[in-house]
Design a protein around this ligand. Structure first.
Ligand SMILES: *[C@@H]1O[C@H](CO)[C@@H](O)[C@H](O)[C@H]1NC(C)=O
Ligand SMILES: *[C@@H]1O[C@H](CO)[C@@H](O)[C@H](O)[C@H]1NC(C)=O
Ligand SMILES: *[C@@H]1O[C@H](CO)[C@@H](O)[C@H](O)[C@H]1NC(C)=O
Ligand SMILES: *[C@@H]1O[C@H](CO)[C@@H](O)[C@H](O)[C@H]1NC(C)=O
Ligand SMILES: *[C@@H]1O[C@H](CO)[C@@H](O)[C@H](O)[C@H]1NC(C)=O
Length: 359
């Protein structure tokens, strides 16, 4: 038995180690969803101006030359006023609740309003900026949906999505950025997750993006304008759900299996143990009394099983010895029938045999 216990102990410890150090795997699934218009940060070492316009089914053609800009887009822009750190920062952000979505062309059935494209016009305000040496600025795109408990998300993950959506844009170019959305569901490590029940999640949507430079803009001598268009690549969002591979419930099954295996091996090597018909219930309290009473009532020859004490019975005459033996055998039979062998099946066979004989 010690052998089995040691096996199971080692196995249980390794299981606990696995549960504690579990690295979740990612299960991917897909839903059709438009992209909530993202938050965009523009930043540069030199002060700049920013404006934008929506392209949607109502407002399709826009000409850089006539300078028309949709005012309803500009109101979501915060222009830079002073340097923070080493950068001037301009922000574009539509509150998530407004329900503005980026949609695929001609597909405006979702959300309050569907934008096929948002185009930003960027130019340096300071005409003395040396375009030969500082000819670029940065754009950083992030999801506009607010995430509860964001501070519990791994900082490395947050950094990597920031990095992946951070672009250097050269002035005087026309740039397209295509977005698609991913939704990562992080398991909150509470007892439910560790047990193996349906876990609670922190849901963190984030963009993935791709940049292409479409054309070199022809521009005047003094103002160099860059335009950046943001549009949707896929209207399918990828959902990345974390799944624990080791939980307490899943490990219990394995531990059970190893226990049975250890017992099998033990029996193979050392044979079977004696059958123990009495469990804890019959050994303690009320049921102990009852069992004791029942046993002493029915079994007159207690103790039932004992080593033959030849010296004691040597003087008894044969008749009483035979009686004694008979009683003992009867009691043994009773005991076997009640506690060791399930005799019901035998009884049935016996009755059936008798019936067959009677016919
Ligand atoms: C992945 O998730 C889907 C939907 O949530 C579920 O139906 C599927 O069984 C999961 N796959 C695995 C391998 O757990
Ligand atoms: C868009 O351009 C087409 C031709 O290219 C023109 O007929 C139409 O009036 C323009 N629409 C607007 C709103 O300017
Ligand atoms: C969008 O719809 C207009 C007419 O409603 C059509 O001329 C145009 O080709 C469509 N564009 C796309 C990309 O399907
Ligand atoms: C920038 O480089 C061009 C040549 O490529 C030169 O003609 C021009 O003077 C330079 N401008 C400045 C501000 O250095
Ligand atoms: C974005 O990229 C630029 C150039 O590689 C880098 O200087 C800047 O620090 C990056 N910003 C972030 C937030 O990673």
């Amino acid at each position: 038995m010690i052998f089995c216990l040691i096996c199971i102990l080692i196995f249980t410890i390794s299981m606990i180690y696995d549960i504690v150090n579990d690295q979740p795997v990612i299960n991917y699934s897909y839903i059709k969803e438009d992209f909530p218009v993202p938050d965009i940060r523009f930043y540069s070492e030199n002060i700049f101006a920013l404006s934008c316009y929506f392209v949607n089914s109502e407002f399709q053609n826009f000409s850089l030359l006539d300078g028309r800009v949709d005012g309803s887009c500009n109101k979501y822009i915060t222009v830079p006023l002073e340097k923070v750190g080493s950068y001037y920062n301009g922000y574009f952000s539509i509150p998530f609740e407004n329900g503005y979505k980026l949609v695929r062309s001609n597909d405006t059935k979702y959300g309050n309003r569907g934008e096929q494209k948002i185009t930003f016009l960027f130019n340096f305000l300071d005409v003395n900026v040396d375009l030969n040496t500082s000819s670029s600025f940065f754009v950083q795109i992030s999801d506009s949906e607010i995430v509860d408990l964001e501070m519990n998300i791994s900082p490395i993950f947050l950094q990597s999505i920031t990095k992946a959506n951070n672009y250097t844009i050269l002035v005087g170019q026309s740039t397209d950025i295509y977005l698609s959305r991913r939704i990562r569901k992080f398991i909150i490590p509470n007892w439910k997750a560790i047990m193996g029940f349906q876990p609670d999640y922190i849901i963190k949507p984030y963009p993935t993006s791709r940049k292409t430079v479409t054309q070199q803009l022809t521009h005047g001598r003094l103002t160099v304008i860059s335009d950046i268009s943001v549009s949707l690549e896929f209207d399918i969002a990828t959902i990345e759900t974390e799944q624990r591979s080791h939980t307490i419930l899943s490990s219990l099954g394995l531990i059970g299996g190893v226990w049975s295996l250890a017992i099998c091996v033990y029996k193979l090597l050392f044979g079977d143990d004696a059958i123990r018909p009495f469990g804890l219930i019959q050994k303690h309290g009320y049921f102990y009394e009852r069992t004791q009473k029942k046993l002493s009532k029915f079994l007159s020859t207690l103790p039932l099983i004992q080593l033959l004490d030849s010296s004691k019975n040597i003087d008894d005459d044969d008749e009483s010895r035979v009686d004694q033996l008979e009683k003992q055998i009867n009691d043994l039979e009773l005991f076997l029938r009640d506690y060791v062998v399930d005799a019901q099946q035998l009884d049935k066979t016996y009755i059936n045999n008798e019936r067959d004989k009677d016919r």
